[in-house]
Structure formats: structure tokens, C-alpha cells
Design a protein around this ligand. Structure first.
Ligand SMILES: [Zn+2]
Length: 416
């Protein structure tokens, strides 16, 4: 598996370099005994992309702390090429990419800075919003979002997909905001640029009477996708993480439509470049840290659609590198607002996602997943088969339950 991918990417690299001087052939290219076609995706990314560019990364690893407890650490920074980064990803080795931050960034996970205390959920607003959520809207959004050839963060289609997401949110704002809402809340949509093509999308609902010191509540997902075989190949990313994206987007639509006025700032984040080593979320969380922002809690949704055959439907709560108090609070939200159970789960040594960027920045974050780790959709993720119709195991009902959790989290934490 590893060597196959390694040689494949090497070929792609040679091809990319060769093509710099000439026009892209449209058919099959043979190189190093690997044949592949350049898909007609109208994407200039492949011919522009430098697989030999240097990147500074820190790999994750788990070590026994000597007391029988396994701790996740970030290894010392190492320079690798883009190709080596992709190879490591194909081989299942997780990392953060800190090239565009600073050399000693992320020397450890946590400890978290502010320690917010979470009271039992009691907002009366949640139950009014939940009936406004629509699986049909989510299906439509998912169908469109997965038509982008890939949402790879260095690709033109990845860039276009974030623009689509931004437009969608903007349309919701136009459709649902009212004079009363505008009078009470500043609604801000941001296309956050990074040192690569794709942009992150940030939506902020800021009460007009709030101060910059007020604690912010964040729900987020990553909007990029990747094909592990070659990043410029087809990657619909319906589950990873199109599902989390439509979860957060529909939570925003429902909250907006309800006319809910938060008491403290509420934000919806869609991160670019998660698959490149948490790029977008690291950039953003580091910016919040530098600005001294106070974050009450961040919840991330990365893969929310799959109910593996033979397993019961449940909400996986990822316990490693997440805040224990916020993870406990997540259980209370599920028990109060959902009709399926939670299950504690863990990422094995080398997996990670954007909530870790918030942990690294010293904030309290939680992460929910489509089930226990053993039931996750690894049969299709990072492949061309990550579509909504690959199997009945892909469930929009399951996505809707996560969307209810997203609304519950967003509203309960921003209602005081
Ligand atoms: Zn993901």
C-alpha cells in the first residue's frame, strides 16, 4: 500500500515537472510503469503543484508516560517534501503542518488555558430550533458539494467549493435575517485566506451589546477533501467531511431561521486544508490565541453520516486531546436532545482532526464522530467512492442527529 502510493506520487511529480514546459496531454500518460489519466477536471492545480516543495511538519505519536498511560505528543519538527507528506498520509501517519506558522509552534498538546465550567443544559431555545432542521436541505447541499471534482486545498476546484459554501451561507443570510435580528446581532461572513488556494469560511453572529472579551462558542467542520492515491484525483468527500460541513451549515440555517439571538458570540467554522495537516484550523486558532480571544468551547464534526452495518447507531465522542469537561458536557447534550446513545472512543496514535488545533492553542474543544472508531467509514474515505449513495450505511438521518447536537451545543453555550 505504502510503496504503491509512493511510486504513484513520484510519477505524478515527474509528470508535473515535465508538463511545466508543454501543454497537458489529455489522455493516458505512462511513467515508471504506472499509468493514469489526467482527469478532465479543468484544474490547473496538478500542473502548477510542486511535489518537491519543502514543508515543516510535526508528526503525532503516542507514547507511554511510564505510568501505563498513553500520551499523545507532537514529535520534533521535520522538513519533508509535499510528496513525502502525501505518502505519510497514505500510510496513515498523522501530522500538523506548521510551515506557515513558526518553527517552534505546537510544542505540546494543551494544557488548556481558560477553564470554563459547563452547567447542565437548560436553554429553552433549542427545542424551538430543532424542528426547523431539514434532511432534504442537507441532501441537496451534499449532492452539490460532492460534485466538485476534489476539494483538495491546493486545487482550483477546492477553491471553488469554498466559494460555493460561502455563497450558500450568504443566501441563507439574505433569506432569513430580519430587521429585529439585524438590530440585535451583527452577522459577518468571512472568506479566510491562507497560504494555499482554498479558503476557510467563517460565519460570526455577534450580539451588538457584547464586548470583545466575551467568550465565543464555535462549531466547525473541515470543507476540504482528498484522494489518498493522488490529491488531484476524484474526491467527492461525502462523508469526510462533506457530512460535517452540511451538519454545521444546516445548524447555521436553522438557528438563523429561528431568529435566535445569542447572548454571547456564536461562530460557524469551515476549515480549509485539514487533510494537509490541520492547515486552516491551525491558522485560525493561532490567530485567536494571538488576539487574546476568549473561547467558551469548540465542537468539531468530522464524519457524521455512517452507521456501519451490524452496529447500533450512536454518537462517538473522541476523548483524546479533547477537553474532558466539554466532552462530559457533550454527553449531557446528547442525553437531553437526542434519542440515540453516545459512546466514548479514541483516535489511534496517528489520527487527528481540527479540534486538536484548538487544544494546541489552549482552548477547550470536543470532537464527535459518526460512531466508535471501529465503525468509521474507512472503506471509502479519501477515495473516489466516498459518495452519498455508495451504501445504505450512509444515512442522512444520522447526519440530522448530529445537526441537532450542533444546534444544542451552539445555543446552550451562547445563551448566557
Ligand atoms: Zn476528515
Amino acid at each position: 500500500m505504502f510503496s504503491k502510493h509512493a511510486s504513484f506520487l513520484l510519477s505524478a511529480s515527474i509528470l508535473a515537472l515535465t508538463l511545466g514546459a508543454s501543454a497537458i496531454p489529455s489522455s493516458i500518460v505512462e511513467s515508471n510503469q504506472v499509468s493514469f489519466s489526467l482527469l478532465p477536471n479543468n484544474d490547473n492545480g496538478l500542473k502548477e503543484f510542486d511535489f518537491d516543495a519543502s514543508r515543516l511538519v510535526r508528526f503525532f505519536s503516542d507514547t507511554d508516560n511510564g505510568k501505563g498511560v498513553v500520551d499523545r505528543i507532537l514529535e520534533a519538527p521535520v522538513w519533508v517534501t509535499e510528496r513525502e507528506k502525501l505518502d505519510a498520509k497514505s500510510a496513515g501517519r498523522g501530522y500538523i503542518d506548521i510551515t506557515d506558522l513558526y518553527p517552534d509552534f505546537g510544542h505540546k498538546f494543551g494544557p488548556t488555558g481558560a477553564q470554563h465550567v459547563y452547567h447542565p443544559p437548560n436553554s429553552s431555545a433549542v427545542s424551538k430550533i430543532l424542528p426547523l432542521l431539514s434532511s432534504e436541505v442537507q441532501r441537496t447541499n451534499s449532492e452539490i458539494f460532492t460534485t466538485f471534482h476534489t476539494r483538495y486545498y491546493n486545487s482550483d476546484t477546492g477553491h471553488a467549493s469554498s466559494r460555493w459554501l460561502y455563497e450558500r451561507a450568504l443566501n441563507y443570510t439574505d433569506e432569513y435575517d430580519t430587521t429585529a435580528l439585524r438590530a440585535a446581532v451583527r452577522i459577518e461572513l468571512v472568506l479566510q485566506q491562507h497560504a494555499f488556494k482554498q479558503e476557510s469560511v467563517i460565519i460570526r453572529l455577534t450580539p451588538r451589546n457584547s464586548s470583545s472579551a466575551d467568550a465565543v462558542t464555535i462549531i466547525g467542520a473541515h470543507c476540504d477533501s482528498i484522494n489518498d492515491e493522488n490529491p488531484f484525483f476524484r474526491s467527492p468527500g461525502a462523508d469526510d467531511d462533506g457530512s460535517g460541513t452540511i451538519t454545521v451549515l444546516e445548524a447555521f440555517r436553522g438557528i438563523l431561521r429561528s431568529g435566535y439571538i445569542p447572548t454571547s458570540p456564536l461562530e460557524f467554522h469551515f476549515y480549509a486544508g485539514e487533510e494537509g495537516g490541520l492547515l486552516g484550523s491551525l491558522d485560525i486558532s493561532d490567530g485567536y490565541k494571538k488576539a487574546g480571544k476568549n473561547v467558551r468551547g469548540m465542537m468539531e464534526f468530522d464524519m457524521t453520516a455512517w452507521i456501519a452495518a451490524g452496529r447500533q447507531e450512536e454518537i462517538g465522542i473522541v476523548m483524546n486531546q479533547a477537553d474532558p469537561a466539554l466532552s462530559e458536557y457533550t454527553k449531557l447534550l446528547i442525553e437531553k436532545h437526542l434519542d440515540i446513545p453516545w459512546v466514548e472512543t479514541k483516535y489511534p496514535g496517528r489520527a487527528g482532526s481540527d479540534y486538536m488545533s484548538w487544544t494546541i492553542a489552549g482552548y477547550q474543544s470536543a470532537h464527535v464522530l459518526e460512531g466508535a472508531w471501529e465503525g468509521v467509514n474507512f472503506r471509502n474515505h479519501h477515495q473516489a467512492t466516498d459518495t452519498i449513495d455508495v451504501s445504505p450505511e450512509f444515512s442522512f438521518d444520522h447526519v440530522l442527529r448530529f445537526t441537532k447536537l450542533a444546534v444544542a451545543f451552539a445555543v446552550e453555550l451562547s445563551d448566557y
